[in-house]
Design a protein around this ligand. Sequence first.
Ligand code: HEM
Length: 507
Amino acid sequence: MFASILISTVLTLLLHTAWRLLNWVWIRPRKLEKLLRKQGYKGNSYRFLFGDAREAAKLYEEAYSKPIGVTDDATLRAFPLAIKTIRTYGEKSFMWVGPVPVCFVMELEAIKNILNKFDAFQKPFKASNPIFKRLVGGLIVYEGEKWSKNRKKLNPAFHMEKLKATEVLGEWSSSIPKDGSPHIVDVYPYFKHFTGCVVSYALFSSTPTPLVKRTFRIISELTHISNQSQPFSIPGEQYLPIEKYKRANEIEDELKATFTRMAEERLAQRRAGEVKLEPDLFDLVVDDVEEVDIKDKKGRAAAMHELIQQCKLFYVAGHESTANLIAWTTVMLAYHQDWQARIREEVVRVLGDRNITGDDLASLKNLTMFIHEVLRLYPPAIELSRVVEEDTTMGDVTFPKGAMIMMPIILLHRNPKIWGDDALEFKPERFAEGVLKAANGHAAFVPFGWGLRTCIGANLSAIEAKVFTALFVRRFSFELAPTYVHAPSVSILLQPQYGIPLTLRKL
Ligand code: HEM
């Protein structure tokens, strides 16, 4: 009797799992494809499990095998499958990320509608690979009241004070000869170091201690493991005995132990009466742990989990994104020597030899225009994605639940219908009369997203890039080293594939 119950339970479970897998890998993708085609969406036919993955791999391999010129169109390298799909099937098209059809939306009004409908179109993290899901949590995935409460609370922690980290520039430049002789350096790792220091300041009010350095390093390792994985998840794959999941679990355990210890220390400092005048981000997230009754072990563990997710998020979202903005700004300054001279003249006129303050930024107009143009043509986040949570009609299209939507920032920023016939040219002067005028009256400049869920770190990272660049051009003149190759590539963010070797001269 017991045996037959057990057998029928196991069989039911197996059948249920088999049905879920079949639905996920075949029935649902075919149904979504049919629905999209009926509405005029075009794309490749669904290929079992991998969708367009093989074609994408081939296109990326081909694109990444050769560099391009600095003035060439970087999208062909950064986004080859999207470009091929749109060229073959038109703007109303879709590509396959595994078994999920991803519909392009290129029209401004539609993009804004989608970004405003938070319930129907949600952030895509649920649909990404299991390691990425672990990496990205906290504010970016919260919805509703939990999101608005946290957003309001965290906003004040993103301001100028955190730029004490510019001291790092001083440390680093001491390795360059003082006599003005040329010195070739790959500056890209230093930019990452600098933005890591800024995140450390924002989180902990200090440059990274050895423990923070180690913590950031293992979060980067987790990001690397995630980038090596395919972008979608096969149900249950994280439970298989695979090396990358074993390492991801070890990292998770270490992060849990480290952040718990840091939080306990911060709480102990508070109990001892050591309260900072100006709370850092860590203080703000520790508040949420402190609010839970110490006897409520489950509640405390949940609050600690949220704290760890928030800390990981601020490092992942804030570190490489700004490093890449500074990286592309430097490449463009090295290439456009006339702008480098113009911006240096402006910085010296405004600052002289003194240190930079928040009040100076408004006077650095050429620098601001220049960084805007870099964000337009080299936006570190090249697209915004959403998952369709419920069938939703917009205009003449009903997006079916389960499909994804991709709004390619990098293509919107290069659209000649918005920016004019010179859209592909690097011309900072187009921003001379502001962002709206540059886009001929369209609110189409969206490197930090759009609407309520726009980037919380946008202001901080724009200040960071301006301050760093101002100090950099004042201290060095530079050009692209003979070994530099222009190779924009995408690993979540738009980044230089082979670093940025520059010929630097100390001024
Ligand atoms: C050049 C630098 C940066 C770029 C290009 C960038 C880009 C973006 C974009 C496009 C979004 C919107 C995503 C979406 O709607 O799906 C976003 C959101 C976000 N970013 Fe950034 N970001 C940058 C710097 C930072 C920094 C420095 C931090 C924090 C230290 C940060 C933290 C966040 C967070 C927490 C969100 C989610 C906001 C919310 O959902 O309320 N970002 N970012």
